[in-house]
Structure formats: structure tokens, C-alpha cells
Design a protein around this ligand. Structure first.
Ligand SMILES: [Zn+2]
Length: 298
């Protein structure tokens, strides 16, 4: 799925210190972030604090943000970091205010491979390889949905996200084991084709389809098969056909994608009744972070 053009435009404006654009970024993402946070934290106030911190984290780490990547993926990565840090501290009995949380806002997965400002010898190459893999996997997912090969998509997610074995996948889908092996073989061939022209192309092998592979990690971190918000909206309206419904249901519920789940929750609650807290949260996130805008610019 291509990077959202509206996001790219907004972030560019934010980098110039545009307050209106910043307010729009908050408005666009606060609902799905709060839905995500509420799945992990019992108190609404805790979830709101963490979301506020997440927006602040985005501004602080903006120099590390790569505009060719998805803003939603980036925000969810910051939010995940903050929640796990918060829960870890709470388990240790450390009560402290949220502003004592990690000041390093850039998600680690980002630094590992793709942060332009963290280039060291060899890193550039690694980033290019990862970028090529992500592009290949996304392209493949797009082809699957266009050509309605939803079953292939489900099989791959069962392997790399749920960590199931061939036998379990077969039992779950009512297929034979050789049929599952055949799908894996075919998919690896398709991935080979998609990366053939890339320099230093990845050598695809069956191990790439295991839960602990680099490919599987990238798949999960990047939300490679996550659905567009507009598609999820159509799903809720009942405007999609049976194959689509089945796939989205699998991805969000059976494969338990927390990000798509959060988007669905947020879309479900997007009615008048909720308008008030949305305004309040947006104002709060804005007020707590707008001071950073001028600093970003420098
Ligand atoms: Zn998803």
C-alpha cells in the first residue's frame, strides 16, 4: 500500500512549523491510537496520557522520520514502545509520571535498519535490503487482493504471524498438507520474481515462511498486510463481498492484528456521541506538544 499522500503533505507542513497541519495530524490519528491503547490499559486516563506522549514523541523524533514510510506504522510503533515501557515500570512498582518515560522516541525497529541519521558503515546497505523486502511483500499483497488470491494471503499470515505449521494450516483451512506445501512453493516463486531485479536480491527459501524469520518480523513490524482505513470502513458498512469480509475477519480477529482492530474500534465509535471527547483529546494533545513545533523547525 502506497504511502498516504495526505500524510506526506501534512508532515512536510508540520516540519515547517505549521500548527494547523499538526492539529490535523492529531485529529486524523488520535481515535485509532486511543482504541489501541485502551486494549492494553484499563484506565481511559492512562490511555489518553500515553496517546498524548505518542504525539509528543512523533514531534521529537521527526528528524528521524523517513517520509517514504507509513506514518500510521510509525505512530503505532511509538505507541507500542510507550505502552510496553509503561507496563514494565508499573510491574516493577515504579510509580512515576509519564514524562519520565523514555525520552528516546524513535522506535527501535526504525533505528535498526532505516534511520537516515543513524547511518554507519554497512547500515545503508542493510536499509536498502530491508526496503526492497518491504516493497516486494507489499506489492505481493496488493496483487493477492487484486487477483483475489485471499487464500494465499491467509496461508502466509497463518505461517508468519500465527506461527502455525503446515499441518495446522491444512487442518484449519480444510486443505491437504501437500496443498499447503504447494501454496508455499508458489508464493516463494512469486517473491523471487518480484525481487529478481533488485541488487543483492534476497535468496528466498522455505525458512523465510517461519515465524522467527526476518521476513516474518518485517511482515509484523510493517503491517505489510494491514488494511487501508477506507477498506475497513467499507467492511463495517457491509459494502464488501464475502471473500473480502472473510479475509478482513481473519486478519483482524483470528490473526489478531491489533492495529486493524484499533482502526475498526475507532471507526465503530465515530459518531456524534463521541464528538466531545475527541475535541477534548485533540486540544490536550495539541496544547502539550505545540511548543515543540518551533524547535522541530530549527
Ligand atoms: Zn492489520
Amino acid at each position: 500500500m502506497a504511502v498516504d499522500e495526505a500524510d506526506a503533505y501534512l508532515i512536510e507542513a508540520v516540519q515547517r512549523g505549521d500548527q494547523q497541519a499538526w492539529s490535523e495530524v492529531i485529529d486524523r490519528y488520535q481515535g485509532r491510537l486511543i482504541s489501541f491503547a485502551r486494549r492494553m490499559l484499563a484506565e481511559r486516563s492512562e490511555a489518553e496520557d500515553i496517546v498524548q506522549e505518542t504525539f509528543l514523541g512523533l514531534l521529537r523524533s521527526l528528524p528521524n522520520y523517513d517520509p517514504s514510510r507509513s506514518l500510521e506504522t510509525y505512530l503505532f510503533a511509538i505507541l507500542r514502545n510507550k505502552i510496553s515501557d509503561y507496563i514494565r515500570r508499573r510491574q516493577r512498582g515504579q510509580r512515576q509520571s509519564l514524562d519520565q518515560l523514555k525520552m528516546d522516541d524513535t522506535p527501535e525497529a526504525w533505528i535498526d535498519a532505516e534511520t537516515p541519521s543513524h547511518y554507519v558503515a554497512g547500515q545503508e546497505n542493510l536499509a536498502a535490503q530491508r526496503g526492497a523486502l518491504v516493497a516486494c511483500l507489499r506489492q505481493w499483497v496488493a496483487q493477492c487482493t487484486e487477483q483475489r488470491r485471499f487464500q494465499d494471503l491467509i496461508v502466509i499470515e497463518m505461517l508468519v504471524v500465527l506461527g502455525l505449521r503446515n499441518k495446522e494450516v491444512a487442518a484449519d483451512l480444510g486443505l491437504t498438507e501437500p496443498a499447503v506445501a504447494g501454496i508455499k512453493f508458489r508464493v516463494l516463486e512469486q517473491w523471487r520474481k518480484l525481487t529478481r531485479s533488485a541488487p543483492g536480491a534476497h535468496e528466498w527459501q522455505e525458512a523465510d515462511l517461519a515465524e522467527d524469520s526476518t521476513v516474518a518480523r518485517i511482515w509484523r513490524e510493517e503491517g505489510v498486510s494491514c488494511l487501508k482505513r477506507s477498506t475497513l470502513g467499507r467492511f463495517l458498512l457491509g459494502a464488501l463481498d464475502e471473500d473480502w469480509n472473510h479475509y478482513i475477519d481473519f486478519h483482524a480477529h483470528q490473526a489478531d492484528c491489533d492495529r486493524c482492530h484499533a482502526n475498526l474500534e475507532d471507526l465503530r465509535s465515530e459518531d456524534e456521541r463521541d464528538a466531545e471527547w475527541r475535541d477534548q483529546l485533540r486540544e490536550r494533545c495539541f496544547a502539550s506538544s505545540v511548543g515543540f513545533l518551533s524547535r522541530v523547525e530549527g
